[in-house]
Ligand binder design. Structure first.
Ligand code: SF4
Length: 67
């Protein structure tokens, strides 16, 4: 599945990290990024933790496209 993050939607609430700490990380200002990458789009094997993170995000800053 394809995962996109939309930093301009992020309000730095920290919820996505609670669901998938091995996938999401934050810039110094608390805005979401991928762990070990500054890309805005990454491909992952389908993962319930990432799906939970996307559902938990209050501002739809994480989008998943099933491939
Ligand atoms: S859950 Fe959404 S708003 Fe909160 S830190 Fe993660 S991407 Fe940002």
């Amino acid at each position: 599945m394809k995962v996109n993050i939309i930093p301009e939607n992020c309000i730095a609430c920290g919820l996505c990290y609670l669901h998938a700490p091995d996938v999401f990380d934050y810039h110094d200002n608390g805005i979401v990024k991928f762990n070990n990458s500054d890309k805005l789009e990454k491909e992952y094997i389908s993962d319930d933790k990432i799906i939970s993170a996307a559902k938990a995000c209050p501002t739809a800053a994480i989008k998943i496209t099933k491939s």
